[in-house]
Design a protein around this ligand. Structure first.
Ligand code: 5GP
Ligand code: ZN
Length: 113
């Protein structure tokens, strides 16, 4: 795990986060700057730099991120939600550890800006 990765630090407990779910493979926590009434992130515990770096051996954890993310969304009372992965700086990626955004609780426009 890279020492200087923000989300690896959250996984290691070096930076606090409001955790919603954790197991051996994934961690979910609220986004520090929510863009909707409910906005949380689901990340693999394995350091993967982003969507472009997902390998065949990551397919199981990638599916688990979606399953866990949906279960949290249902518990949080947002049956309708948006799933976002940003890949690369120009697409808005600022943290280079794979993360799935789940947002809901307000009307969401399409297409996104
Ligand atoms: P990206 O822009 O890379 O797709 O998303 C990174 C997300 O991480 C942003 O929505 C940002 O608000 C969130 N974030 C950045 N630093 C922290 C932090 O220290 N704690 C939490 N909980 N979220 C963070
Ligand atoms: Zn990391």
């Amino acid at each position: 795990m890279p020492d200087n990765c923000l989300f690896c630090k959250i996984i290691r407990g070096e930076i606090p986060a409001e955790k919603l779910y954790e197991d051996d493979d994934v961690l979910a926590f609220r986004d520090i700057a929510p863009q909707a009434p409910t906005h949380f992130l689901v990340i693999p515990k394995k350091h993967i730099k982003g969507p472009e770096a997902v390998q065949p051996e990551d397919e199981q954890v990638f599916g688990k991120m979606m399953r866990v993310g949906n279960e949290i969304a249902q518990k949080e009372g947002i049956p309708h939600f948006r799933v976002v992965f940003n890949n690369g700086a120009e697409a808005g990626q600022t943290v280079f550890h794979l993360h799935m955004h789940i947002l809901g609780g307000r009307a969401l426009n399409w297409p996104p800006g």
